[in-house]
Design a protein around this ligand. Structure first.
Ligand SMILES: [Zn+2]
Length: 307
Protein backbone atom coordinates (compact mmCIF):
# COMPACT_ATOMS: atom_id res chain seq x y z
CA UNK A 1 0.00 0.00 0.00
CA UNK A 2 1.29 3.46 -0.77
CA UNK A 3 1.99 5.55 2.26
CA UNK A 4 -0.45 8.36 2.87
CA UNK A 5 2.23 10.47 4.47
CA UNK A 6 2.91 13.49 2.29
CA UNK A 7 6.41 13.85 0.90
CA UNK A 8 8.07 16.85 2.42
CA UNK A 9 11.18 18.65 1.32
CA UNK A 10 12.30 21.95 2.78
CA UNK A 11 13.51 24.57 0.35
CA UNK A 12 14.46 28.14 0.94
CA UNK A 13 14.56 30.41 -2.04
CA UNK A 14 15.79 33.79 -0.98
CA UNK A 15 17.36 36.83 -2.54
CA UNK A 16 18.79 38.49 0.54
CA UNK A 17 19.31 41.86 -1.08
CA UNK A 18 15.99 41.71 -2.84
CA UNK A 19 15.98 41.85 -6.55
CA UNK A 20 14.56 44.26 -8.97
CA UNK A 21 12.91 43.33 -12.18
CA UNK A 22 11.04 45.48 -14.56
CA UNK A 23 7.38 44.76 -14.67
CA UNK A 24 6.63 45.43 -18.29
CA UNK A 25 3.70 47.66 -19.22
CA UNK A 26 0.90 45.28 -18.35
CA UNK A 27 1.88 44.23 -14.86
CA UNK A 28 3.14 47.76 -14.32
CA UNK A 29 -0.29 49.13 -15.00
CA UNK A 30 -1.85 46.61 -12.63
CA UNK A 31 0.54 47.56 -9.81
CA UNK A 32 0.19 51.28 -10.43
CA UNK A 33 -3.58 50.99 -10.19
CA UNK A 34 -3.16 48.86 -7.09
CA UNK A 35 -1.23 51.65 -5.46
CA UNK A 36 -4.31 53.81 -6.03
CA UNK A 37 -6.45 51.04 -4.56
CA UNK A 38 -8.01 50.05 -7.83
CA UNK A 39 -8.00 46.59 -9.32
CA UNK A 40 -7.71 46.31 -13.08
CA UNK A 41 -7.58 43.49 -15.55
CA UNK A 42 -6.62 43.51 -19.19
CA UNK A 43 -8.88 42.48 -22.02
CA UNK A 44 -7.78 39.79 -24.44
CA UNK A 45 -8.42 39.91 -28.17
CA UNK A 46 -11.14 37.34 -27.52
CA UNK A 47 -12.82 39.72 -25.04
CA UNK A 48 -11.96 38.01 -21.77
CA UNK A 49 -10.65 40.00 -18.80
CA UNK A 50 -7.48 38.63 -17.23
CA UNK A 51 -6.82 39.42 -13.54
CA UNK A 52 -4.01 39.66 -12.73
CA UNK A 53 -3.28 40.86 -16.22
CA UNK A 54 -0.85 39.02 -18.46
CA UNK A 55 0.93 40.16 -21.55
CA UNK A 56 -0.26 37.22 -23.58
CA UNK A 57 -3.56 35.42 -23.63
CA UNK A 58 -2.79 32.04 -22.05
CA UNK A 59 -5.38 30.38 -24.26
CA UNK A 60 -4.16 31.61 -27.62
CA UNK A 61 -0.70 33.02 -27.01
CA UNK A 62 -1.80 36.25 -28.67
CA UNK A 63 -0.80 39.59 -27.17
CA UNK A 64 -3.55 41.13 -25.08
CA UNK A 65 -5.25 44.37 -26.04
CA UNK A 66 -4.39 47.64 -24.39
CA UNK A 67 -7.79 47.89 -22.80
CA UNK A 68 -7.73 47.87 -19.02
CA UNK A 69 -10.92 47.12 -17.16
CA UNK A 70 -11.58 47.97 -13.55
CA UNK A 71 -12.75 44.90 -11.67
CA UNK A 72 -13.83 44.05 -8.13
CA UNK A 73 -13.02 45.05 -5.56
CA UNK A 74 -15.29 42.27 -4.33
CA UNK A 75 -14.99 38.78 -5.68
CA UNK A 76 -15.83 35.15 -5.22
CA UNK A 77 -13.71 32.36 -3.77
CA UNK A 78 -13.38 29.49 -6.23
CA UNK A 79 -10.94 27.22 -4.38
CA UNK A 80 -8.63 27.45 -1.41
CA UNK A 81 -5.94 25.82 0.68
CA UNK A 82 -6.12 26.27 4.42
CA UNK A 83 -2.95 27.38 6.19
CA UNK A 84 -3.29 26.29 9.80
CA UNK A 85 0.22 27.31 10.86
CA UNK A 86 1.33 30.48 9.10
CA UNK A 87 5.05 30.90 8.55
CA UNK A 88 7.28 33.94 8.59
CA UNK A 89 6.60 35.88 5.44
CA UNK A 90 2.99 34.80 5.20
CA UNK A 91 0.59 37.71 4.94
CA UNK A 92 -1.16 36.87 8.20
CA UNK A 93 0.10 35.54 11.49
CA UNK A 94 -3.09 33.61 12.22
CA UNK A 95 -4.62 30.71 10.29
CA UNK A 96 -5.87 31.80 6.89
CA UNK A 97 -6.57 30.45 3.42
CA UNK A 98 -4.73 30.88 0.17
CA UNK A 99 -7.59 31.24 -2.22
CA UNK A 100 -8.33 31.57 -5.88
CA UNK A 101 -10.51 34.65 -6.01
CA UNK A 102 -12.37 35.71 -9.09
CA UNK A 103 -12.98 39.42 -8.83
CA UNK A 104 -16.27 40.74 -10.13
CA UNK A 105 -15.87 41.47 -13.81
CA UNK A 106 -12.85 39.20 -14.26
CA UNK A 107 -12.66 35.95 -16.18
CA UNK A 108 -9.68 34.55 -14.32
CA UNK A 109 -8.87 34.20 -10.65
CA UNK A 110 -5.99 35.63 -8.67
CA UNK A 111 -4.38 34.05 -5.65
CA UNK A 112 -4.57 35.91 -2.37
CA UNK A 113 -5.00 35.35 1.33
CA UNK A 114 -8.48 35.18 2.82
CA UNK A 115 -8.82 35.99 6.50
CA UNK A 116 -11.89 33.88 7.13
CA UNK A 117 -11.31 33.22 10.81
CA UNK A 118 -12.05 29.53 10.48
CA UNK A 119 -11.79 26.98 7.71
CA UNK A 120 -15.45 26.27 8.28
CA UNK A 121 -16.21 29.76 7.02
CA UNK A 122 -14.85 28.87 3.58
CA UNK A 123 -16.97 27.55 0.78
CA UNK A 124 -17.03 27.85 -2.98
CA UNK A 125 -18.79 31.06 -3.88
CA UNK A 126 -17.84 32.85 -0.67
CA UNK A 127 -17.97 36.58 -1.30
CA UNK A 128 -14.85 38.47 -0.25
CA UNK A 129 -13.50 42.01 -0.32
CA UNK A 130 -9.97 43.32 -0.07
CA UNK A 131 -8.55 44.88 3.05
CA UNK A 132 -6.08 47.50 1.93
CA UNK A 133 -2.96 48.44 3.79
CA UNK A 134 -2.78 51.94 5.17
CA UNK A 135 0.14 52.75 2.90
CA UNK A 136 0.14 51.35 -0.62
CA UNK A 137 3.32 51.05 -2.66
CA UNK A 138 2.32 49.36 -5.89
CA UNK A 139 2.78 45.77 -4.77
CA UNK A 140 0.33 42.88 -4.52
CA UNK A 141 0.69 43.14 -0.74
CA UNK A 142 -1.04 46.52 -0.91
CA UNK A 143 -3.97 44.22 -0.32
CA UNK A 144 -3.29 42.79 3.11
CA UNK A 145 -5.83 40.06 2.55
CA UNK A 146 -9.42 39.49 1.53
CA UNK A 147 -12.22 39.34 4.07
CA UNK A 148 -15.58 37.61 3.78
CA UNK A 149 -18.39 40.03 3.12
CA UNK A 150 -20.80 40.51 5.93
CA UNK A 151 -23.54 38.11 4.93
CA UNK A 152 -25.46 37.77 8.13
CA UNK A 153 -25.85 39.56 11.36
CA UNK A 154 -26.70 38.44 14.81
CA UNK A 155 -29.96 40.10 15.62
CA UNK A 156 -30.66 40.06 19.30
CA UNK A 157 -34.19 38.87 19.88
CA UNK A 158 -35.63 41.54 22.04
CA UNK A 159 -38.95 43.18 21.85
CA UNK A 160 -38.85 46.63 23.25
CA UNK A 161 -41.97 48.65 23.32
CA UNK A 162 -43.20 51.60 25.15
CA UNK A 163 -46.56 51.95 26.69
CA UNK A 164 -47.80 55.47 26.61
CA UNK A 165 -49.44 55.71 29.97
CA UNK A 166 -52.68 57.52 30.37
CA UNK A 167 -53.10 60.23 32.94
CA UNK A 168 -53.90 57.76 35.73
CA UNK A 169 -50.91 55.51 35.12
CA UNK A 170 -48.68 58.55 34.79
CA UNK A 171 -49.82 59.75 38.20
CA UNK A 172 -49.15 56.33 39.63
CA UNK A 173 -45.66 56.09 38.09
CA UNK A 174 -44.78 59.59 39.22
CA UNK A 175 -45.61 58.42 42.71
CA UNK A 176 -43.49 55.32 42.29
CA UNK A 177 -40.59 57.50 41.14
CA UNK A 178 -40.97 59.41 44.41
CA UNK A 179 -41.12 56.22 46.46
CA UNK A 180 -44.83 56.14 47.17
CA UNK A 181 -47.86 54.26 45.93
CA UNK A 182 -50.76 56.34 44.74
CA UNK A 183 -54.26 54.93 44.68
CA UNK A 184 -57.65 56.35 43.92
CA UNK A 185 -60.65 56.27 46.20
CA UNK A 186 -64.08 55.78 44.67
CA UNK A 187 -66.55 58.04 46.45
CA UNK A 188 -69.42 55.68 45.66
CA UNK A 189 -67.82 52.43 46.81
CA UNK A 190 -65.41 53.91 49.35
CA UNK A 191 -62.82 51.51 47.96
CA UNK A 192 -59.18 52.38 47.23
CA UNK A 193 -57.76 51.10 43.98
CA UNK A 194 -54.04 50.72 43.44
CA UNK A 195 -52.65 51.52 40.93
CA UNK A 196 -54.53 54.77 40.72
CA UNK A 197 -57.18 54.84 38.04
CA UNK A 198 -59.66 57.42 36.84
CA UNK A 199 -62.78 55.29 36.80
CA UNK A 200 -64.01 52.79 39.33
CA UNK A 201 -63.84 49.18 38.11
CA UNK A 202 -66.79 48.29 40.31
CA UNK A 203 -69.31 51.04 39.71
CA UNK A 204 -67.84 53.03 36.83
CA UNK A 205 -67.81 56.30 38.75
CA UNK A 206 -65.14 58.84 38.02
CA UNK A 207 -62.46 58.64 40.71
CA UNK A 208 -61.33 62.07 41.75
CA UNK A 209 -59.63 61.46 45.06
CA UNK A 210 -55.99 60.47 45.08
CA UNK A 211 -54.74 58.71 48.18
CA UNK A 212 -51.32 57.55 49.16
CA UNK A 213 -51.15 54.04 50.51
CA UNK A 214 -48.35 52.36 52.45
CA UNK A 215 -45.43 50.54 50.86
CA UNK A 216 -46.11 47.62 53.18
CA UNK A 217 -48.69 44.97 52.54
CA UNK A 218 -49.76 41.35 52.66
CA UNK A 219 -49.24 38.57 50.15
CA UNK A 220 -52.66 37.37 49.04
CA UNK A 221 -51.65 34.84 46.41
CA UNK A 222 -48.33 33.95 44.85
CA UNK A 223 -46.69 31.78 42.22
CA UNK A 224 -43.22 30.24 42.15
CA UNK A 225 -41.71 30.73 38.71
CA UNK A 226 -39.00 28.51 37.33
CA UNK A 227 -38.54 30.27 34.02
CA UNK A 228 -36.04 33.13 34.04
CA UNK A 229 -37.41 36.63 33.71
CA UNK A 230 -35.20 39.66 33.08
CA UNK A 231 -36.85 41.52 35.93
CA UNK A 232 -36.36 38.72 38.46
CA UNK A 233 -33.19 38.27 40.49
CA UNK A 234 -32.83 34.54 39.97
CA UNK A 235 -34.73 31.33 39.35
CA UNK A 236 -36.94 30.29 41.02
CA UNK A 237 -38.53 33.59 41.83
CA UNK A 238 -41.86 34.43 43.33
CA UNK A 239 -44.45 36.73 41.87
CA UNK A 240 -47.33 37.62 44.11
CA UNK A 241 -50.37 39.76 44.57
CA UNK A 242 -49.63 42.16 47.37
CA UNK A 243 -52.47 43.97 49.07
CA UNK A 244 -50.89 47.22 50.18
CA UNK A 245 -52.00 48.55 53.54
CA UNK A 246 -54.76 51.02 52.82
CA UNK A 247 -55.65 49.52 49.42
CA UNK A 248 -58.60 47.35 48.53
CA UNK A 249 -57.16 45.76 45.43
CA UNK A 250 -53.90 43.83 45.33
CA UNK A 251 -51.03 44.72 43.05
CA UNK A 252 -48.76 42.24 41.30
CA UNK A 253 -45.14 42.33 42.43
CA UNK A 254 -41.96 40.30 42.81
CA UNK A 255 -41.07 38.86 46.19
CA UNK A 256 -37.38 38.78 47.10
CA UNK A 257 -35.02 38.47 50.01
CA UNK A 258 -36.58 35.18 51.04
CA UNK A 259 -36.30 31.59 49.76
CA UNK A 260 -39.15 30.84 47.37
CA UNK A 261 -40.47 27.97 49.48
CA UNK A 262 -40.91 30.24 52.49
CA UNK A 263 -43.29 32.61 50.76
CA UNK A 264 -46.86 32.11 51.97
CA UNK A 265 -50.26 33.70 51.87
CA UNK A 266 -50.62 36.29 54.62
CA UNK A 267 -46.89 37.05 54.72
CA UNK A 268 -46.18 40.69 55.52
CA UNK A 269 -43.92 42.44 53.03
CA UNK A 270 -42.40 45.83 52.32
CA UNK A 271 -41.29 47.40 49.04
CA UNK A 272 -37.55 47.57 48.37
CA UNK A 273 -36.96 50.76 46.41
CA UNK A 274 -34.12 51.55 44.08
CA UNK A 275 -31.99 54.46 45.26
CA UNK A 276 -33.67 57.74 44.20
CA UNK A 277 -30.90 58.57 41.70
CA UNK A 278 -31.58 55.33 39.80
CA UNK A 279 -35.31 55.74 39.54
CA UNK A 280 -37.23 56.28 36.34
CA UNK A 281 -40.90 56.62 35.55
CA UNK A 282 -41.45 52.87 35.80
CA UNK A 283 -42.35 50.03 38.11
CA UNK A 284 -38.69 48.97 38.00
CA UNK A 285 -38.20 51.46 40.84
CA UNK A 286 -39.61 48.75 43.06
CA UNK A 287 -36.94 46.09 43.13
CA UNK A 288 -39.29 43.68 44.85
CA UNK A 289 -41.12 43.21 48.12
CA UNK A 290 -39.33 41.51 50.98
CA UNK A 291 -40.64 40.12 54.27
CA UNK A 292 -41.01 42.60 57.12
CA UNK A 293 -40.74 39.87 59.76
CA UNK A 294 -44.12 40.79 61.24
CA UNK A 295 -46.55 38.01 62.15
CA UNK A 296 -48.68 36.87 59.22
CA UNK A 297 -51.87 38.81 58.61
CA UNK A 298 -55.32 37.29 58.70
CA UNK A 299 -56.22 37.42 55.04
CA UNK A 300 -59.94 37.41 55.45
CA UNK A 301 -59.69 40.45 57.65
CA UNK A 302 -57.27 42.37 55.51
CA UNK A 303 -58.97 41.52 52.23
CA UNK A 304 -62.30 42.49 53.73
CA UNK A 305 -60.77 45.74 54.94
CA UNK A 306 -62.58 48.82 53.78
CA UNK A 307 -65.33 47.04 51.92
ZN1 LIG B 1 -66.95 52.67 42.70
Amino acid sequence: MPSEEPLVAAHVLEFPGGYTRTTGPVIGRFLTELRDRRLVGVRTAGGRVLVPPLEYDPDTGEPVTEEYVEVGPAGTVEAWAWVGSPRPGHPLDRPFAWALIRLDGADTALVHAVDAGSRKALRPGLRVRPRWRAATTGHITDIECFLPEVASLVAPVRAEYRVTPGRALTRFLEGVRDGRFVGGRCAECAAVYVPYRVSCPACGSVIEEEVEVADTGTVTTFAINNLPDPRAPEVPFVSAYVLLDGADTPMIALIGGVPAHEVRQGMRVRAVWLPPEERTLSMANVKWFEPTGEPDADLDESAGGAR
